[in-house]
Write a protein that binds this ligand. Sequence first.
Ligand SMILES: [Mg+2]
Length: 427
Amino acid sequence: MDSRPRVILHADMNCFYAAVECLHRPELRDKPVVVGGHEELRHGIVLAKNLMAKRCGVKTAMSLVEARHICPELVTIPPDYNLYMRFSRMARSIYYDYTDLVEPFGPDEAWLDVTGSAHLWGGDAYLMACEISERVKAELGVTISIGISWNKVFAKFGSDYQKPDAITVITPDNYRQIVWQAPVEELLYVGRATKHKLNASAVFTIGELAIEDPRLLVNKFGKIGPMLQYFALGEDITPVKVLDPQTSQVDYDIKSIGNGLTAPHDILTRRDARLLISLLSESVAQRLREQRLKARTICISVRDAADLTYYTRQAPLPRASNITNEIAQAAFELLCANEPLDGSHAIRTMGVRAADLQNVSAPLQLDIFGDEEKRASLERLDITIDDLRRRFGNNIVRRAVALGDEQMTPLDIQRDNVIHPVGFLNS
Ligand SMILES: [Mg+2]
């Protein structure tokens, strides 16, 4: 193993969607602009804003109605994902000139492990970052912020620390002054719920998290606690994962992805079952997308509330998919084929699992079903939702089906510790 300290860059395109739109419409440059609105989301929300809109107080994920209320002259542009994806690919192709180890994080961010190539810039990653930043500006017409550090978490922190169009180096000498002074929620993976819990234990800064009693963290957060503390200490050793199969071999040795959940109350009706299936499918599909995988088989597992007996059923999908709606639909049909859901039989626990996985770039047979356009639009919706959740937490966007149940809706499948990843589903 390489024993050199790692050199990791995190590059983040500033106000990405809005910047790309303004590039195409120079007349908008001096106006407050937001990209937002999606016919499939129940209310349009702000997906991105430019600096002018930001100065008016417009915030990402705010409803468009609210945004227009505080900023009446706001210009609203519907999102054009194909355009953004093209810019995303162009940025990445610049990054690949500096290293093969590029891990995209949403459409506008990426980590670059440049440990093996920094010597070409005299060992000065700052010079390399300057060049990358200049090239993105010249070739794409948008600005980026770059963080440089020896680990991914601090590099990401650095790219957020100064923006737009800035470079921040976090070193073993300065991280206590820069990172440790910052509010704890600025650490990657500290979401709103975790922030509140930490604040309740008088942990307000990243530095306070770093020196908190580890036993206390285990008690409060389980395994996540020590992990966050490692991150705060700069001891994140997670590698930059190469996700682009065209550039590098990726380890697809994942056999299946699943989640199980014990509902806050027993499941008796079609409506409750549908809700739970939809929550579970959402998180399974999201994880498939993160791993750039699609599933060909969907499995469900059901535990009886009365005698706790347990069974599983599986069915093939018509086409390999990581689309939330398709996975939820298949899982729900499977359940309906096996359960009355008329109030006569109570279910305690349910699981959804995706199996028979394949790489997303595996060849697709098009047009047999004639609904490729609809599927493409569902895929784009999923990408948008993933992006919003990654930034603002899982509960920022909820599917229509998940609204209206007071006990179910506060469940945050990926964050709350009600998931049974091993014992329950590995039958
Ligand atoms: Mg950005």
